[in-house]
Design a protein around this ligand. Sequence first.
Ligand code: ADP
Length: 225
Amino acid sequence: MNNPIISVQDVSKCYWNGEVQTVALRKANLEIYPGESIALVGPSGCGKSTLLHLIAGIDTPTQGEIYVDGYPFHLLKEEKLAKLRGSILGIVFQFFNLLPTLTALDNVMLPALLQGVSPLEASSRAKELLEQVGLSHRSHHYPHQLSGGEMQRVALARALVMKPKIVLADEPTGNLDSEASQKVLYLLRKLVEQYQLTLLMVTHSLEVAKATDRILQMKDGYLIS
Ligand code: ADP
């Protein structure tokens, strides 16, 4: 079998607010193989986003080791993490996080421009991805002119513009009605398959989780299955 593309080894995360300590993650172990689609489920506050943020290199573990595509994320400095985050990971958030002053096309192009891709190439990739999420006709619209589902589809296109190996999604349908959720989920699965991506998705919804290969449960900071 291949090596895992994500490996989490005995990882703990504590937060301190003054004297108060919160243990958000307790000795988590996890291996994800290339091409797997995984849902991370569990009640609010159990540590799902914490684990996702650690794998995204947005936060650093208090203890343990995290390897993403072979890189030791627990050892790397912010600058290197940001560079890797921009190239091997595509991230989709619950609240889309589009820049309100940029059109859909510019939002999708931006991560590529920031990573040094030429404007011509970034524009060509962005146009193709917007077509794949069915939004070519909305390319020049600003986020406030789009529905929630459309904004999330733009965010999906943006997450893929750097041709990442891994997509991390934090409640990608959490802010959408059921029709828009289904469409976003359908597109996410289609793109994951088409580009042979590895997917780790945090969700509250068992319905959404069922669309993946494997469901991991968390409770009180423990990864229990
Ligand atoms: P979930 O995503 O499952 O809702 P989180 O990973 O967001 O859970 O949070 C896990 C626990 O860690 C919660 O008790 C939360 O309050 C706490 N927590 C998360 N982020 C911080 C932070 N930056 N500072 C302090 N506590 C935090």
